[in-house]
Design a protein around this ligand. Sequence first.
Ligand SMILES: [Zn+2]
Length: 389
Amino acid sequence: MNYIPIGRARQIGSMLFTLHWFDSIGDASGRAYPYRMETYDGEAQLTAEEPEESEEPEAGEPLPLPVAELHLHIEGTLEPELIFALAERNGIELPYKDLEELRSRYEFTDLQSFLDLYYANMAVLQTEQDFADMTRAYLARAALAGVRHAEIMLDPQAHLSRGVSLETCVNGVASVLAGSREEFGISTLLIAAFLRDLTEESALEVLEQLLAMDAPIAGIGLDSAEVGNPPAKFERLFARAKDAGLHRIAHAGEEGPPSYIIDALDILEVERIDHGIRCMEDPELVERLVDELMPLTVCPLSNVRLRAVDTLAEHPLPAMLAAGLNVCVNSDDPAYFGGYVDDNFAQLQSVIGLSEFDCVRMAANSIRSSFASEERKAELLAELAASGH
Ligand SMILES: [Zn+2]
């Protein structure tokens, strides 16, 4: 099965930024929100400006698998080009002299070394327009990757701690998500994720503010540094979210032990586990997860970049599939980890020989495990069935 070749997808992504971000960003800053970035509506532009020698898909080559992306941090979609463009727009001096120097920092030794760069780069996000532009850039790229439904995490505390208001970050992202189906063909939901290395009091305070402002969030998540911050620390937060009728998900079993997955299920009553790869160390837990059809949102390229696994060839995904677990493929923080959903699928196929059957199965898993309406799920499953994969 073929996807858009990685080289071509990168080329398109790069064109989106070089042709559109730098051309349009100057006059974008003064526009009233919400606004549409006209230069982004572009099949026609992409086609017209695509270089002749690009890796054109062969006639009849199937489009990417239609999938739901369920594990995506919007701040992790901030590409180096956009970081520079936003820094220029906001008059922020970056500690890197050029793109090359910034890119050279993307070799991580562990989760913390990534988080240090991740939080530092967020400094360029200052206005609603910045958050809107970042979101629009993700959706444009995700559409090329076959994403048809996305449940997007936003880390409000990471912005509040920098003096950016809740309204600025939430409204900036939500303004674009509100029109994502029409603009990009992607239905979307927003999830407020909380930083587990901060206190539960801080998370509760922010959740109450989100509820008070009637923020358009579908659920809450739990992310950032896992080890030493077990699920039990956030029992009251998740109980409050449940009372408020919100969906609940949590990162567990990425770097943390299998017991964190069990506690996320039993104490936080989550409906999905983000990552969850370390469940494979506990056969009883695997059996339970299979019985409960519990979704695990696996992020293969992220796991390799953050050294949760040494190489993609050693990734437990094939074993997880063989065990009957409800797994799907996601990009996590694609700007930092070497690729979007299509890149993850392409590398799984080329490196570990993932079969077309398994790819389609995981695409179906992603749709069924989403919080989309039953009607939307049926529509996407029909699209998957008709996709020629
Ligand atoms: Zn994540």
